[in-house]
Design a protein around this ligand. Structure first.
Ligand code: SAM
Length: 283
């Protein structure tokens, strides 16, 4: 099925003589039927603006535009893709804004005037977790984005949706599930990409809830969860000590055994601990 008048992605790449760069996690999607599916996983795109990280040769970008997105703001670090993306813009005038920039330095707050913002991306895996953590920790909640449809390496996707008591449960699970609803929406084999990577991939859907599941000061929660899981083999009384010298007392008054480890605490426990720390600091 043709979704636009542009040549196939394979032809576009061949014509431009571009070779995928490992350093930029370049594993491309060629199948526009597949990118159409990914683009529409979380419902209609009409009236939405989409932030896309790493459009590359544009398979997902074209699917988003063909699906009726009002505008795609695409951030690409590799300058070689800019002319290819400009050709897409010609077919969809004024609906594709191409920004040549490192996504890690892009200020999401600059988009705070946009309503109904979605982030949809086949992420560069080498910076995927870092980007997600930034998006999950905005200064104000609810965040600028409403929902995200993001491709990750399967192991990372499993960590985002992991429940307490499972092996994959950790910092990513807590940061994501504290204030968002998350699910794996699609699994993809390595062969879906070119060049074929060594890993399997999954698309995760993340919806920002209006309010967190449990009350907690985000700065305190983020700090203790990070310290706890940075030293996940250690008991909480040691892993959290550098953040708070009175941690043994605080754990006791939160009803949490100081000999437990980070992975033993549910999201509710972590929020309870963050509240006790806040009260302790205030008193
Ligand atoms: N969206 C395309 C697709 O699905 O075929 C390409 C996805 S590829 C996995 C990742 C893309 O992210 C590449 O185009 C790569 O150049 C780009 N990229 C890598 N690091 C980046 C960064 N720091 N900032 C912006 N783009 C980056």
């Amino acid at each position: 099925m043709r979704i636009d008048e542009l040549p196939q992605i394979r032809e576009v790449l061949q014509k431009s003589n571009l070779i995928a760069k490992k350093s930029l996690s370049q594993n491309f999607l060629f199948d526009l039927n597949l990118t159409l599916k990914i683009a529409n996983l979380n419902g209609s795109l009409i009236n939405s603006t989409v932030l896309e990280i790493g459009p590359g040769p544009g398979a997902l970008t074209r699917a988003l535009l063909a699906s009726g997105v009002k505008k795609v703001i695409a951030i690409e670090k590799d300058k070689n893709f800019i002319p290819i993306l400009k050709d897409i813009e010609k077919v969809y005038p004024n609906r594709l804004e191409i920004i040549e920039q490192d996504a890690l330095t892009f200020n999401l707050e600059s988009l705070n005037h946009i309503s109904n913002l979605k982030i949809i991306s086949n992420l560069p895996y080498n910076i995927g977790t870092k980007l997600l953590i930034n998006w999950l920790q905005p200064k104000i909640w609810p965040p600028i984005w409403r929902d995200m449809t993001l491709m990750f390496q399967k192991e990372v996707a499993n960590r985002i949706v992991a429940k307490h008591g499972t092996k994959a449960y950790g910092r990513l699970s807590i940061l994501a599930q504290w204030r968002c609803s998350v699910k794996i929406s699609m699994n993809l084999p390595p062969e879906a990409f070119r060049p074929v990577p060594k890993v399997f991939s999954s698309v995760v859907s993340i919806f920002a809830n209006d309010r967190p599941q449990f009350t907690a000061n985000p700065l305190i929660l983020e700090k203790i969860v990070k310290s706890g899981f940075n030293q996940r083999r250690k008991m909480l009384r040691s892993s959290l000590k550098k953040d708070n010298l009175n941690i043994e007392k605080i754990l006791l008054s939160s009803g949490i055994k100081s000999t437990l480890r980070a992975e033993n605490l549910t999201i509710s426990d972590w929020c309870n601990l963050a509240r006790t720390i806040e009260n302790y600091e205030k008193s």
